[in-house]
Design a protein around this ligand. Structure first.
Ligand code: MN
Length: 134
């Protein structure tokens, strides 16, 4: 089953998203800020990253942009999750290199639909995630 890194600084939001994803069968790790996320990415090689854009310190836009520049992370899909439900944020997230965008409060249905869609898109013809085994 696919590995998902959840980057979220709010413990309650992180817990909610983790429960939704784990019940759907995904393996989930949580990182609360950019340094933790960078460490987890190296350790677990996630198939997908759920990225809260509002993080303390380095924000999710900057972190996503950096992941896009690095050869070892540039093809990991990043699904932006944000409470900044403001006009222009979706475009800003896409410009930073996010592959999709979810607005808080998160609904189970929309989260799982986006996650499945992005994992399908990044899978090989046999359904194996491309990042597997690298
Ligand atoms: Mn946040």
């Amino acid at each position: 089953m696919a590995r998902i890194l959840l980057v979220e600084d709010n413990p309650l939001n992180a817990k909610l998203a983790r429960v939704i994803l784990e019940r759907a069968g995904y393996r989930v790790e949580v990182a609360a800020d950019a340094p933790e996320a960078e460490q987890s990415i190296r350790a677990m090689r996630p198939d997908l990253i759920l990225m809260d854009l509002g993080l303390p310190g380095k924000d999710g836009y900057t972190l996503t942009h950096e992941l896009r520049q690095a050869p070892e992370t540039h093809d990991i899909p990043v699904l932006a999750v944000t409470s900044f439900a403001m006009k222009g944020d979706e475009q800003k997230a896409m410009e930073a290199g996010c592959s999709g965008y979810l607005t808080k409060p998160i609904s189970r249905e929309s989260m799982l639909r986006e996650v499945r869609g992005l994992l399908d898109r990044s899978s090989g013809p046999d359904g194996t995630p491309r990042a597997e085994g690298i």
